[in-house]
Design a binder for this molecule. Structure first.
Ligand code: MLT
Length: 387
């Protein structure tokens, strides 16, 4: 009767577990889940307000929209890619309600007997989604030796679905263009499809690093890209994402764009018009400029965390091209031991590295999405405790 694959999942999802454990700690400094705190950009708010007024008038009211998103927003997404030097057709970009949801939903278009390749450590939703589907999972090890950026290896060739997250959640590591080219060549040679999670692309500060897999030659033949306005423009509560499925991506003689479109027509009713107008405003020059002020704010927090850890002699990485700092737990504690220790002694809630995979054991993730004041307070507490 039930999908027995669910029995392979842990009792609760990583971030739910953290919430459960800390629900009575009302004054805790929350640096666990990567939830944004800066408000929506003024142009976004203005566009949404205008859309609300439109919906309140019989003349401009709109009912069901297109499942794939309104053409104005699909064009705006293509315009964003054009700035990165990537040319897309409007119908290659699909509007969704979250990169996390689409990265799971996309599995509908692949057969159940696929094997998948997932980096470890990584965003836990990839593993959970594939466990639910009953897919065979192979893991590729990320560690300090490879800079948490595993590279292709023929021993994984059975896996035809490959997850890549760059900038990586949780480690903040970013693949270079040369490294991504090796992944693209590998996927083409092995007839595999890369599911590229670019949710943190806007945090990349180093101009030489790619922010889309489609900046890499050949990628349109082997990749689907997922991204979102959640972290980019403060839409974690508002919801809006985009998924790019190029026409050139063909498997078993079928364009995957056609399958994804068909899937969305049946299972998705599209995103609210009001939200799509807000998202459209983000993609304007002014919207990007205003939203980037928030990104700079978070990156300043990340810098402060990194400098504090540096002073305290705590090994860490990330925080330069991503909003997460990935650190080594003190005194060889396990990730959850360190979670309890940090909460009890510094009032900081972080995320245990082991929640992102076996290679995350002994590591810990701090998010820079809080307010400046809370991050400063957290770093003061940590300094007092460690010194
Ligand atoms: C995280 O903390 O890793 C993310 O916020 C989770 C998510 O985006 O769903």
């Amino acid at each position: 009767m039930i999908n027995k694959n669910f029995q392979k999942l842990s009792d609760s999802y990583l971030f739910t577990e953290i919430l459960k454990k800390t629900k009575d700690k009302k004054d805790a400094i929350r640096m666990g889940i990567g939830d944004v705190t800066r408000p929506l950009a003024p142009v976004v708010v203005e566009a949404m307000q205008k859309a609300v007024v439109e919906m309140g008038s019989a003349k401009s009211f709109r009912g069901y929209g297109l499942e794939q998103g309104y053409p104005f927003l699909r064009q705006a997404v293509c315009g964003y890619y054009a700035r990165k030097g990537v040319e897309l057709k409007d119908d290659e970009a699909f509007i969704g309600d979250g990169a996390g949801s689409d990265i799971g939903n996309v599995l509908d278009i692949f057969s159940r007997d696929n094997s998948v390749l997932i980096p470890d450590p990584v965003y836990p939703a990839y593993v959970d989604n594939n466990l639910m589907m009953g897919h065979e999972i192979f893991y590729m090890n990320g560690n300090a030796d490879n800079g948490f950026l595993p590279m292709p290896d023929q021993s994984f060739s059975k896996a035809k679905i490959i997850y890549i997250c760059s900038p990586n959640n949780p480690t903040g590591a970013v693949y270079s263009a040369d490294q991504l080219k090796l992944w693209v060549d590998y996927a083409i040679a092995n007839d595999a499809v890369i599911l590229f999670d670019a949710a943190y692309e806007i945090f990349v500060q180093d101009k030489d690093l790619p922010t889309s897999i489609f900046q890499i030659e050949g990628a349109k033949k082997c990749a689907i890209e997922f991204s979102s306005l959640s972290k980019t423009a403060g839409f974690t509560g508002t919801r809006c994402s985009y998924t790019v499925v190029p026409h050139e991506l063909i498997r078993d003689g079928t364009p995957l764009n056609k399958l994804w479109k068909r899937r969305q027509e049946t299972k998705f009713n599209g995103l609210a018009y009001i939200v799509q107008r807000g998202a459209e405003a983000f993609f304007t020059d002014e919207g990007i400029k205003q939203s980037k002020e928030n990104i700079a704010y978070y990156m300043q927090n990340a810098k402060h965390i990194s400098e504090t850890l540096q002073k305290l002699g705590i090994w860490h990485t990330g925080g330069k091209n991503a909003p997460y700092i990935w650190l080594k737990c003190l005194d060889d504690m396990t990730s959850w031991e360190f979670f309890d220790y940090l909460l009890a002694n510094t009032n900081i809630v972080g995320t245990p590295g082991s929640g992102f995979g076996a290679n995350g054991e002994g590591f810990f993730r701090l998010s820079s999405f809080g307010s400046k004041e809370s991050v400063c307070a957290a770093m003061e507490n940590l300094t007092r405790e460690v010194n």
